[in-house]
Design a protein around this ligand. Structure first.
Ligand code: ZN
Length: 369
């Protein structure tokens, strides 16, 4: 296994502490193990049932809180049968636990003792929890506008929370300065270990649907790490001959901050940065996604598309979903809201990934008598 730069194609030895190439390019793991049905640990009901498909050292003990193997809930939405992948039931309340679990396992095995990260909330909470589990010190740079509940959650795990005033991108700049001074940047955006955790969602869907892939998958889209991780997972299933084609992948952005949806509309190969507009879907408030080109290519290869919705539709979907018993944060409801716009394109076996818990954004609840 090696790391390969997506810009200059330079190869680096596999190193969990390296988050980018010296040229600044993002890194991918090449030669990583992939899905092998015969090597699934069927008695393990966490993502570690797929350990043999993950690039962690042989002797490493998984740093785990029981993440993964989340329920797939069959339900109905406007007369259509759909499945909800309940990622909000992961240990810290979001899908980010998959990436954090795999990354922290690799960092712990490498002897790392201290990590830094920037996050609007969910990735920070996940890293803080897995760092606590592994006995690592963590410092998380958070935009000051992030949900107070999320900031409090990060602090509860014992991480140092550094609120950064201004745009989300200011927190990203602050953590880079810390990384340039030598801190290990456990980035949910850049670390090539993160999508390796995300790919396990595709494996689980295949197993939970009885050995078949969905026809379509709808996810909220910010940086695109969830979409890219799932794309990788489905590609592995395709290579293993277990599915005949990739599911169509649909990414949903918030209209006030939608660089990928705009690029999609224009047929562009790369995302053009936009102004960072305010949105209740704070988990996808990403104005300049560094993986934009890869996300656009993956969506195109799958036959899906990218769209953007106004906050009003997101809030309505959040409430409608809660009235059916699923309480998720607005960023997750964004994906469900998109179903109204995609009606004819979805096929019969449709999965919506519910990424984060409603408990994380209590301030946005509306109380009714
Ligand atoms: Zn490079």
């Amino acid at each position: 296994m090696n790391l390969r730069c997506s810009d200059c194609a330079h190869y680096w030895p596999l190193d969990s502490t390296r988050w980018r190439c010296d040229c600044g390019g993002a890194l991918k793991i090449v030669g990583a193990p992939s899905f092998d049905l015969a090597r699934v640990d069927e008695g393990n009901h966490t993502l570690w049932r797929y350990r043999d498909a993950l690039p962690v050292p042989d002797g490493a003990s998984p740093v785990t809180l029981g993440e993964g193997w989340t329920p797939l809930v069959a339900t109905e939405w406007d007369g259509r049968s759909i499945y909800l992948k309940a990622e909000y039931l992961n240990p810290t309340g979001s899908f980010k636990d998959r990436g954090a679990g795999v990354l922290v396992t690799a960092l712990k095995a490498a002897g790392v003792q201290e990590v830094v990260e920037d996050s609007s909330g969910n990735a920070g909470a996940a890293l803080a929890a897995y760092a606590a589990r592994a006995g690592l010190r963590a410092t998380i740079y958070v935009p000051a506008h992030a949900s107070p509940v999320k900031q409090a959650q990060i602090a509860v795990y014992g991480a140092e929370v550094v609120p950064v005033p201004g745009l989300r991108s200011e927190a990203a700049r602050a953590v880079r300065r810390a990384a340039e001074k030598g801190a290990v940047y456990a980035s949910h955006v850049y670390s090539p270990f993160y999508p390796q955790g995300m790919k396990t969602i595709a494996f689980e869907l295949w197993e939970q649907l009885g050995g078949r892939a969905p026809e379509s998958v709808v996810v909220p889209l910010g940086h695109g790490t969830l979409l890219l991780g799932m794309y990788r997972g489905f590609c592995e299933l395709l290579s293993a001959g277990l599915v005949g084609r990739l599911p169509r992948l649909f990414g949903v952005q918030a209209q006030p901050c939608a660089p990928l949806a705009r690029a999609w509309e224009r047929g562009a190969a790369d995302a053009a940065p936009v102004e960072e507009g305010d949105t209740i879907a704070e988990g996808v408030r990403i104005a300049a996604p560094p993986w934009g080109r890869a996300v656009l290519a993956a969506v195109r290869a799958s036959g899906g598309s990218i769209l953007a919705l106004p906050d009003g539709e997101t809030l309505a979907a959040q409430e409608k979903l809660a009235r059916r018993g699923s309480y998720v944060e607005p960023t997750s409801a964004l994906a469900v809201a998109a179903l109204d716009h995609l009606r004819d394109r979805l096929g019969d076996i449709l999965v919506v990934v519910l990424t984060g818990s409603g408990f994380k954004t209590m301030k946005q609840c509306t109380m009714k008598q």
